[in-house]
Each structure stands twice: as C-alpha cells, then as structure tokens.
Design a protein around this ligand. Structure first.
Ligand SMILES: C[S@@+](CC[C@H](N)C(=O)[O-])C[C@H]1O[C@@H](n2cnc3c(N)ncnc32)[C@H](O)[C@@H]1O
Length: 428
C-alpha cells in the first residue's frame, strides 16, 4: 500500500444523505485546523473513505462533530484478500504504531479493552449483487465513533414544540456542521419557526437567536401540530425546546419580524446564518406590506398597523437572504439554507450568488420525482459595501431563479398528476 507522510485513517460512513457527507467532512476538518486530503480517490458513494490527517487529535475532533460518519480507524493494512491484508499488515512500519502492539501477546481484556482492532470488509454498494467474497478488506485500530446517536436523542418525535415544517434532527446537525458552528458563536435563523435549527447549533455551544413573521409561532401560541391535541401547551415554545435538551443558556431570543426587512444595526454580526426559508408547500410565503401598501390601506381605513401581508416571491426571499448574509455575517462566516428547485428547469446557474459570498457546497435532497431542495452553503469572503452597488447583479440573479417562483404550483401539479395516474392505474 502506498503510504505518504501523513497517517492514513479509515472513515466508516453511514449510507444515507450521501451528497451531504463530503461537505460535512471537509467543513469539520477545516474547523479542526486541517484540510481534506486523501491518498487515493474517494469513492463518493462508498461507506469507506481513506483520509490523511496530521494527527489522531484531528481525527477525534472530526468524530466529536460528524453525524454522517459512524467511526474512524487508524488504518494499518488493506488488501483484496486475507493474504494481501496480512502481507500489507506485516509491512506496516512498527514506528507508526502508537504502541508496539504486534505480535499480540499478554491477556486480552474483552470487557474493558485498552485498544480495539477491527477487520472491515467491503462488499460493494449494490445490494442486489453482493459478491461472495469482499472486494476490499481493511485492518485498523479503532479511534472514535461519530455522533450518530444525536439523531435519536434529538428526534422531533419526542420534542416538546414542533410544527409541520420542523427540521429533521440529522439534517439540522448536518446544517450546523456545514455552517462550521463552534462554541461561543452567534447563530441566527431569520425564518426560525419552532427553532429546530437553533437546537443543533446550541448543542455545539453556539448562542442562538431567530426571527419569524408568525406571532403565534414565536410566542408558542395557537393551534398545535400534533394529532389529537388542539392548542399548544405551556411547554411548547422555542425556549422550552432548548430547555428540554439542557441548552437554555444558549438561547438569546426570538423576535417577531419580517426577514425581508432586516432589523439589525450595522455592527451586529453573526458567525453563521442557518435557515430553512418558507417555500409555500406547508407554510405561506409572506411579508409585511411596503410603506406604500400600508399608506393605501390606512387611507382606506381597512388596516391601521403594519401587519398587512403580501405574497413574498421565492426569488425575493433568497436574494434578500443573501444580501442580509453578506451584510451581517462576520468575514469567513457561513450562510446555510435550503433552496427549492423544480428539477426539469434546474441548472447550476439558478443558484443565487452574491459578490461577497463564495459558494462552498450545493447538495440535493429529493422531495418528489420532479422537485427537490438543495442545501446551499456560502462563505463571506468580501466586505459588504453599499447595498445599491449589488442591486443590478441581484436583479439579474433574481431573473435566473424566477421560474421557480411558482414552485408550489409545480410541486402540486406533479403530485396531483401522479395521484390521478395512480387512481387511473388502480381502476384498470
Ligand atoms: C420552513 S419554516 C421553518 C421551520 C423551522 N426550521 C423549524 O424547525 O420549525 C419557515 C418559517 O418562515 C416563516 N416566515 C414566512 N415568511 C416570513 C418572513 N417574511 N419573515 C420571517 N419569517 C417568515 C414561517 O412563519 C415559518 O415559520
């Protein structure tokens, strides 16, 4: 086996959310002060990746955060058969072993072992075509497990306060990892809803806050989303959610506010903005009326405060979001958000851009045969100057995405067509 200067580690990944794994591992390695490097080409959909890092400490740092990887091993040998694995192991330099393990002598303590060694076998990725013998074998020293248990312990099924768009726990942690959230950061969610995305950031030690246009959601009032329950109870609010996980000290606040009209002072800077904007499938896309609309309504005597809502087009939501991220993120801070797309019309060109933000990753999650949402991660790389300076660029960008404004209609047209077809097929 070709060996470079850096030690090799075998990362064992979970076989789900495949597209999200590489950006997660890259983001976390950079958070631990390293960078992604492999001595061989990564088979992106495989559960086995061989990576190189300068230290075991970095491997441990990575595993303290990842929800995409299950375990990491110091890789001692690799082969296509047991014989090759053994030969490769014999060639493994003794000085690279943390201790002189081999030959294994002395008592084996299975209950409380000092070191655990694994043989892992790779049978390929086609469940319908599993070979008789493994394609690859690996031998290594176990170092650490990842954070997969968070998916269960933070499951929305047992969370006090949920809505019909509460983010799944695994994806929330992936988002915080793509956002490189770290202890003492300030993380903001402009479309906070039930605060699902605040929880994962707070778990990693960040102080969290959010805004939402919906008064009832922010104040934990109104109708409950759970079956067989009419009204929200006293423990159904964002603060209580954080308290449920022992994270209340990280809760700054949630405010009723319209994301299209940022409320922050210029010097207010966030380390990350992590959000799931509305796209009209389970919740309305709306914003408060413009000054003109408010004036008109006041003249008509129909409305006397600011709560007029008008439809908030998706293209405007995303361009407002990018603009406020460019303005309110610290340099190097990250924006992580979901962008809904109608697949037949998707090209990379429609991903909203901003001169101050660099696109880091773009991962797809299917919603239906013809729609998906993309997890977009961007990093602030340039100081925000005058808003007007960017308006012509943003107008052009907005044009590219405009076809997706009718995402709701396209989503439901496909769904209704499919149901109609299924009904027709059933009648045959
Ligand atoms: C997809 S949900 C967010 C769900 C959230 N991640 C959670 O875990 O509950 C989108 C939220 O955006 C809010 N919203 C819609 N228009 C808004 C606006 N103009 N400004 C701020 N929030 C808005 C909705 O009330 C809704 O709660």
């Amino acid at each position: 086996m070709a060996r470079g200067l850096l030690p090799s580690y075998l990362l064992l990944l979970a076989q789900e959310n495949l597209e999200f794994r590489l950006p997660e591992i890259k983001s976390l390695l950079s958070l631990c002060g390293g960078q992604f490097s492999s001595q061989q080409e990564i088979r992106i959909n495989s559960p086995f990746w061989i990576l190189s890092f300068p230290s075991e400490e970095m491997a441990r740092g990575l595993m303290k955060r990842t929800v995409c990887a299950k375990s990491i091993f110091e890789l001692w040998s690799q082969g296509k058969s047991a014989v090759e694995l053994y030969t490769s192991l014999k060639n493994y330099p003794v000085e690279k072993m943390a201790l002189e393990f081999l030959p294994f002598e002395g008592k084996v303590n299975l209950k409380n072992p000092e070191h655990i060694f694994w043989i892992l076998e790779d049978y390929g990725m086609d469940p319908n075509n599993v070979p008789e013998n493994p394609l690859d074998l690996y031998f290594g020293r176990w170092i650490a497990d990842g954070q997969r248990e968070l998916i269960e312990s933070y499951s929305v099924k047992r969370r006090h306060f949920i809505g019909n768009t509460s983010m799944d726990a695994c994806l929330s942690f992936i988002m915080a990892n793509h956002g490189r959230v770290k202890p003492n950061d300030v993380v903001f969610d402009p479309f906070v809803g039930t605060g699902g995305l605040l929880i994962s950031s707070a778990h990693f030690g960040a102080y969290v806050c959010g805004t939402d246009i919906d008064f009832n959601t922010v104040h934990g009032l109104g109708k409950a989303s759970r079956k067989n329950q009419k009204w929200r109870g006293p423990d159904e609010n964002i603060r209580a959610n954080l308290r449920q996980y022992g994270l209340e000290k990280y809760y700054l606040d949630a405010l009723v506010s319209d994301a299209s009209k940022p409320i922050w002072r210029k010097e207010m800077l966030f380390d990350a903005i992590i959000t799931d904007p509305p796209y009209g499938i389970r919740e309305a896309t709306r914003r408060t009326g413009s000054q003109k609309e408010i004036l008109k309504a006041t003249e008509r005597g129909t409305e006397n405060h600011i709560s007029i809502s008008s439809n908030y087009h998706l293209s405007d939501i995303f361009f407002d979001l990018l603009n406020s991220a460019a303005e309110y993120l610290v340099m190097g801070g990250r924006l992580v958000y979901w962008l809904p797309v109608y697949k037949p019309e998707y090209t990379e060109e429609i991903i909203p851009r901003h001169p101050c933000l660099k696109l880091i990753s773009n991962c797809e999650q299917m919603l239906s045969s013809h729609t998906s949402r993309r997890l977009i991660t961007m990093e602030k790389v340039k100081e925000f100057e005058d808003e007007d300076q960017y308006s012509h660029l943003l107008d052009y960008q907005s044009l590219l995405y405009k076809g997706h404004n009718s995402f709701r209609e396209k989503y439901f047209s496909g769904v209704t067509k499919r149901i109609a077809k299924e009904e027709k097929d059933n009648q045959k």
